[in-house]
Design a binder for this molecule. Structure first.
Ligand code: KIV
Length: 284
């Protein structure tokens, strides 16, 4: 069993100060959360990517607050010490500051989160400020922001052109000034990430496919283990092919049932002879 104290914002900033990278993964369920905590992962994001990885939608847009709360609660039950981030789903914060505070509050009160994350640049500074002012640690998300995938023209690297890169750098500073304690950069070029990280004064910069110079790294769990059949993003490193292992096991099970190889005597339960005789008498 892992023996460690609860990871807090202070723990994360201490790691930054010491130059120790922060490890972060997505997770959506109890057993995976348990394993991630045992592995010593610092942070977990219950991402609205669960709409795709767990619920089979093509985008994250149909995910609701209730979906998010249910999965986040399960994750917290499996990983009491991780720094838990709830991802605000589509339209849970865009309409108004009040909507944003209420829904961020649900993550904290109902799912025992340590922070929330929301997508968007300078235009979301007001939401970040409102949530942070309500005492809820707020995290920004720049670069590829899946809730705006239609406006961005697909899942593609953001900030390859100088003007767009400058906008991402400016947005990062605006979010930091609005009160974001952390910003995730997704699919942003490495040298842009480096500039943002060097300029961050009181803000942790995390990378998802945005290079090595951030304060820490995020990966999507399903991409790490070949568990999402529809595609594998280029930036994801596969650490093991659990999808293949599971598919092989399932195929073997189906074959063994068909061939009457499964079950064997160790896979079922028996009744004692005398009880069985009595049963037969009772049934007469
Ligand atoms: O929902 C999610 O998992 C995310 C990541 C893509 C960063 O927001």
């Amino acid at each position: 069993m892992l023996d460690r104290n609860k990871i807090t914002i202070r723990t994360l900033f201490d790691k930054v100060t010491k130059g120790e990278p922060i490890s972060w993964l997505t997770c959506y369920d109890y057993p995976t959360a348990y394993f991630q905590e045992q592995a010593g992962i610092d942070m977990i994001l219950v991402g609205d990517s669960l709409g795709m990885t767990m619920l089979g939608y093509d985008t994250t847009l149909p995910v609701t607050m209730n979906d998010m709360i249910r999965h986040t609660q399960a994750v917290r039950r499996g990983a009491a010490t991780v720094f838990l981030v709830g991802d605000m789903p589509y339209m849970s914060y865009q309409p108004s500051n009040e909507t944003a505070i209420r829904n961020a509050g649900r993550f904290m009160a109902e799912a025992d989160c340590d922070s929330i994350k929301l997508e968007g640049g300078g235009e979301m500074a007001d939401r970040i400020h409102a949530i942070a002012s309500a005492g809820i640690p707020a995290m920004g998300h720049l670069g590829l922001t899946p809730q705006s995938v239609s406006a961005l023209g697909g899942y593609r690297v953001q900030g390859r052109g100088a003007l767009q890169a400058k906008k991402i750098i400016d947005d990062a500073k605006t979010l930091e000034n609005a009160g974001a304690f952390c910003i995730l950069l997704e699919m942003v070029p490495d040298r842009v990430t480096k500039i943002i990280t060097e300029r961050a004064e009181n803000c942790i910069i995390m990378s998802l496919g945005a290079g090595p110079d951030a304060h820490g790294q995020l990966l999507i769990y399903h991409d790490m283990f070949g568990l999402y059949p529809k595609f594998k993003p280029r930036m994801a490193k596969v650490f093991g092919n659990a999808g293949e292992v599971i598919l092989n096991g399932l195929t073997q099970y189906a074959n063994e049932v068909n061939d009457k190889v499964f079950p064997q005597s160790e896979n079922w339960f028996t009744i004692k002879d005398d009880e069985y005789e009595e049963l037969l008498d009772l049934l007469k």
